[in-house]
Design a protein around this ligand. Structure first.
Ligand code: DHE
Length: 521
């Protein structure tokens, strides 16, 4: 009996020994509930503050998250906790928010529907409430303090400025009359805004971690590409209600994130890139779309393939199989072909959307950023140029035979490119590295860099957009106390500087709705 008592006390001591350190550490879950949940949501799915799940941090490192908790985020509602939490408590919180939750979060159709709210008192107008040209407005997305500015493109003066959801990403999408614009935040919120009444129309949350949106060519449907959950959501552009939720998975049922969705106007469809499986999706936005192949029909009883499933009409889904998962698409003028990056970053693959298969490979080492590519006519040939995210170069490709006709050396890897049909120049930023404050101006015919501009020494200069006439080029200074610098697009002289809070991108209504040569689509 005595030996039994001794054994029990040894186990008891061991239990105390092993549990003491755990008891001594801060309980991150409790800390989160007490300090963070009111803004970031009890399940970390966001609220007034952004989502706090591993996938939503993007490139933000743990040390940077630690600093944000310690010091807060200027120009946002995120306070500093340095006086209220110890180093150990902050470190525990960092571990907590960067680890996956035990139960994967869900965002079903019912959640989307209950998140929808439409503004009750939108002023009914039948023309713009201002005298500026509504088709020469710029929508400037300011990610520094989460606002958007509507800029008169003739006078280059702000018409209004309003708060947006945090972390807008991708280009806002415009209806073809230029009246409505749709924004998307990385936390899945889609907001509809009336550019005539200068008022928000409504908003809905279509996902937890979203990539971008596309608006169908008839202006009736919005597609939302989601990482979390793995869905492609179709909303009504009229009232933001849910029209369809596609669970993203390949023909064999393997789930995938949706890395982007684009509209293909001539095809009356959406084209979606699937991140984790070798398929591209084409979703019809035409109610009269002909039948398309949707996958194999398996007979589990007979253990064999019985036939092909097909669908037709609105939202008919066509699967295009690719050699590898593809991302980051550039489309040619007729949306007949797309060029996408293979994720190893060394080549691009050309897929012909009519025949539904890959038709060429282009050697493009250094991770080309094809989504930023722009095209124009040169010596009677349709050509496109793309920056590379990992190499200091621009590649120019002949779109007739997919050959690389020129490789230009730059002062660092670039992110965005822009031109305009009435401009002889192509503008590109040097986004990464010591020359992040530099822009290169390239002659579209000679394919030589004719000038380099440094609008704000030491500060990232990025993302160019032209006004509707190609007269001005607007450049962002990517700082919380940043600016839009306006250049004369011909003389390349500075015209004006407008203070803005980290203006990540700017979008001219005319250029967008007319698919101007040289802008993003
Ligand atoms: Fe973007 C557009 C994907 C990181 C700012 N970005 C897009 C689009 C895609 C994309 C698919 C086209 C959307 C559209 O117009 O509908 N972006 C990705 C990525 O995969 C990547 C590399 C990693 C990620 O975390 O998502 C990425 N993007 C960034 C950034 O880090 C940038 C610089 C800062 C930010 O705001 O997050 C950034 N992306 C932008 C901007 C556009 C964009 C400003 C719109 C460009 C345009 O002119 O249309």
């Amino acid at each position: 009996m005595r030996w039994l008592l001794q054994l029990v006390s040894v186990f008891a001591l061991a239990a105390v020994w092993f549990t003491v350190p755990a008891l001594a550490g801060p309980d991150a879950k409790e800390l989160y509930a007490a300090r963070c949940a009111s803004c970031h949501g009890p399940e970390r799915l966001g609220g007034t503050g952004p989502v706090l799940l591993p996938d939503s941090f993007g490139r933000l490192k743990k040390e940077q998250i630690h600093k944000v908790i310690e010091n807060g985020r200027p120009a946002t509602q995120m306070p500093a906790f340095a006086d209220q939490l110890t180093e150990t408590e902050i470190a525990a919180l960092v571990e907590f928010v960067t680890s996956q939750p035990k139960t994967p979060p869900t965002w079903a159709e019912a959640d989307i529907t209950s998140s929808r709210s439409m503004a009750a008192n939108v002023q009914k107008v039948d023309k713009p409430i201002y005298s500026a040209d509504p088709l020469n407005l710029f929508v400037v997305v300011e990610t520094g303090d989460h606002h958007a500015t509507i800029l008169d493109g003739d006078k280059l003066e702000p018409l209004t400025r309003f708060a947006t959801k945090p972390a807008l990403h991708g280009g806002p999408k415009f209806t073809s009359d230029g009246r409505y614009v749709f924004f998307m935040s990385r936390d899945g919120w889609v907001t509809k805004y009336d550019l005539w009444a200068l008022a928000e129309v409504g908003e809905v949350r279509a996902g937890i971690n979203s990539r971008n949106i596309a608006l169908s060519s008839d202006g009736k449907h919005i597609a939302v590409a989601n990482y979390l959950p793995k869905t492609l959501v179709i909303l009504s552009a009229e009232d933001l209600s849910v029209e369809k939720v596609f669970e993203a998975a390949d023909k064999d049922g393997k789930p995938s994130r949706v890395s982007a969705v684009y509209q293909a106007p001539q095809r009356k469809s959406f084209i979606a890139a699937l991140k984790d499986v070798p398929e591209i999706w084409e979703v019809a936005t035409d109610p009269d779309a002909p039948p398309v192949y949707t996958g194999l029909v398996h007979s589990h009883e007979k253990g064999m393939v019985e036939g092909l499933a097909s669908s037709s009409g609105l939202f008919a889904l066509r699967r295009i199989e690719t050699p590898v998962p593809m991302d980051d698409f550039f489309f040619d003028r007729n949306y007949r072909n797309l060029i996408g990056s293979a994720r190893d970053g060394n080549e691009a693959i050309v897929v012909n959307l009519n025949v539904g298969r890959d038709i060429a490979r282009i050697p493009l080492p250094g991770l080309p950023h094809l989504g930023s590519g722009v095209s124009w006519m040169r010596n009677g040939h349709d050509v496109m140029a793309t920056p590379h995210l990992k190499e200091s170069r621009i590649s120019v490709i002949d779109l007739a035979d997919w050959s690389v006709i020129k490789t230009l050396d730059t002062k660092g890897p670039g992110f965005f490119m822009r031109s305009h049909e009435d401009s002889p120049y192509l503008w590109t930023d040097v986004f990464f590295g010591p020359n992040k404050d530099l822009l290169h101006i390239i002659d579209k015919q000679s394919l030589e860099i004719v000038q380099s501009l440094r609008p704000a020494p030491g500060k990232t200069a990025a993302h160019v957009e032209f006004d509707r006439y190609g007269k001005y080029a607007l450049v962002s200074i990517w700082e919380n106390e940043g600016a839009i610098v306006v250049y004369d697009a011909n003389t390349l002289e500075e015209v004006k500087r407008l203070p803005m809070s980290k203006p990540s991108g700017k979008y001219n209504v005319w250029n967008k709705i007319n698919f101007s040569e040289g802008t993003s689509h």
